[in-house]
Design a protein around this ligand. Structure first.
Ligand code: PPE
Length: 304
């Protein structure tokens, strides 16, 4: 999507004009994928803009960085404050938030350790990730011919820039085949996730989702939906799924910060159907929670 530019980007400790947030072409991460990032959303609520599960996102950011031996140079609390400041200074009622930490300019060669760590936070308005209509009507998806990045190669649990080459391959293929999204299987044939979303299946009133050990990003939206579903008395289980489980599901939906809760209409041409009742109930509940309309979840909202 074309970026709707705003005034400032936070870069290495200070706000700089959007157009000045630049890096050198010999930035290590550009050549070797040595970056980690986050995707967070800030929603408009009756009490002003609120960031959904901001601290959890910054904790995951910090964990991703540490797994790459990157010292952010800021505590989680300082990063939380920096996100809030960036939204405030850009005067946005709601936005998407993209923190990124990466190995910068200084050295070439595979070893990242010697290159300096740079940290930036960008914010911009980002509407429905797969389109407004997708939230209502659902999307057609296909199983990708690309396998999911493996736990011992490019770990899917680390939200690294390098990891998204794999997502990029699958997304290009999906779009070329006329699908909104590609679903990746691991080498064992277990269903993992979409290129930017976790996946859920509903069968006979039971909600299931692939376990972390099958090689997925441990999504914060995934966790939120599991808690909400549990509170609505749905049985929720983590279990390995194979492609045929998708073809015969009663309902399928995908979750992610950018995507939110999106129904899946078909998989490889197997029709699942219009958005089902469980999907719609969870989607409605999720939107109420993020918009501050359900007090039971107010600890998930961090106001500016
Ligand atoms: N799996 C993948 C591969 C993924 O990229 C995301 C988020 C998720 C699961 C869901 O995680 P969470 O956001 O914590 O619920 N994808 C981010 C980036 C999307 C992009 O195109 O860029 C996002 O939704 O922000």
């Amino acid at each position: 999507m074309a970026l709707p530019e705003v005034d400032y980007i936070w870069m290495d400790g200070k706000l700089v004009p959007w157009a000045d947030a630049k890096v050198h072409v010999l930035t290590h991460a550009l050549h070797y994928g040595t970056g980690v990032f986050e995707g967070i959303r800030c929603y408009a609520t009756a009490d002003g803009p609120a960031v959904f599960r901001l601290t959890e996102h910054m904790q995951r950011f910090d964990r991703s960085a540490r797994m790459l031996f990157m010292d952010l140079g800021y505590t989680v609390e300082q990063m939380v404050d920096a996100v809030k400041e960036t939204i405030r200074e850009n005067k946005l009622p709601a936005c998407y938030i993209r923190p990124i930490a990466f190995r910068g300019y200084g050295f070439m060669g595979v070893d990242p350790i010697t290159s300096p760590v740079q940290v930036a936070i960008a914010v911009w308005p980002w509407e429905a990730y797969l389109g407004e209509e997708a939230l209502v009507k659902g999307v057609d998806v296909g199983i990708s011919s690309w396998r999911q990045r493996s736990i011992n190669a490019t770990p899917p649990g680390i939200k690294s820039s390098a990891s998204y080459l794999n997502s990029g391959f699958a997304k290009i293929e999906a779009n070329r085949h006329g699908y909104a999204e590609g679903i990746m299987l691991n080498e064992a044939g277990h269903v993992c996730e979409g290129t930017g979303e976790n996946l859920f299946v509903v069968r006979d009133g039971v909600i299931s989702t692939p376990p972390v050990f099958d090689g997925i990003l441990e999504g914060i939206t995934r966790d939120s939906v599991m808690v909400i579903a549990d509170n609505l008395d749905y049985p929720v289980i983590e279990e390995s799924l194979v492609r045929t489980d998708l073809y015969t599901a009663d309902e399928i939906f995908m979750t992610g910060t950018a995507a939110e809760v999106v129904p899946v209409r078909s998989v490889d041409g197997h029709v699942i159907g219009d958005a089902g009742p469980v999907t719609l109930e969870l989607q409605k509940a999720y939107f109420e929670v993020v918009r501050g309309q359900n007090d039971d979840y107010k600890e998930w909202l961090e106001y500016l």
